[in-house]
Write a protein that binds this ligand. Structure first.
Ligand code: TYD
Length: 148
């Protein structure tokens, strides 16, 4: 799969900011900007120093990764190309929104370089199914047709 068709998209969640602070919403549909029905949510927290997560691919469903606190790097691959995104919690200087990353089916993902206190929220449109996970790089390459 060429990089131009890479299985990711940025999703910007707008904040409602007033003198009390900010409120950011995520809901399914065009208003809440989550482009799928949310069936599951999980979060990463209490991440150990130098911790790494992911190193796997799932093939069913979409997942939206949202930095709630701190920051971290998400590296995605399609078996050929690699791309790293640095996600940071808080409102972006650029657009005053929280930037999330939509991961499409079939992407290999790795999360690392967590800042202290990082909390990552993940929204998914499928229930957890261990059989959907590929945790072995060679198997992944074979599955996406990039093996030897
Ligand atoms: P794991 O896939 O290793 O987490 P990460 O993607 O962050 O590296 O999952 C850790 C454990 O949690 C593993 O035993 C599976 C379980 N788990 C669930 O029970 N439900 C879920 O929705 C997820 C994502 C994981």
């Amino acid at each position: 799969m060429p990089l131009a068709e890479y299985p990711w998209e940025h999703v910007s969640l707008p904040a409602h900011t007033d003198e009390r602070g900010s409120l950011t919403m995520a809901q399914s549909g065009p208003v809440g900007l989550v482009p799928f029905e949310i069936k599951r949510t999980y979060w990463l927290h209490d991440i150990k120093d130098g911790g790494k997560r992911g190193a796997h691919a799932t093939f069913n469903g979409l997942q939206l990764v949202i930095p709630l606190a701190g920051g971290f790097a998400v590296t995605l691959s399609d078996g050929v190309s690699w791309r790293t995104f640095n996600l940071r919690a808080g409102l972006s200087m650029k657009n005053g929104q929280t930037d999330g990353l939509l991961i499409k089916p079939g992407a290999w993902r790795e999360l690392d370089h967590f800042l202290p206190g990082t909390v990552v929220l993940i929204l998914a449109d499928t229930l957890y199914e261990d059989v959907d996970y590929c945790r072995d790089w060679s198997e992944y390459l074979a599955r996406v047709g990039k093996g030897e």
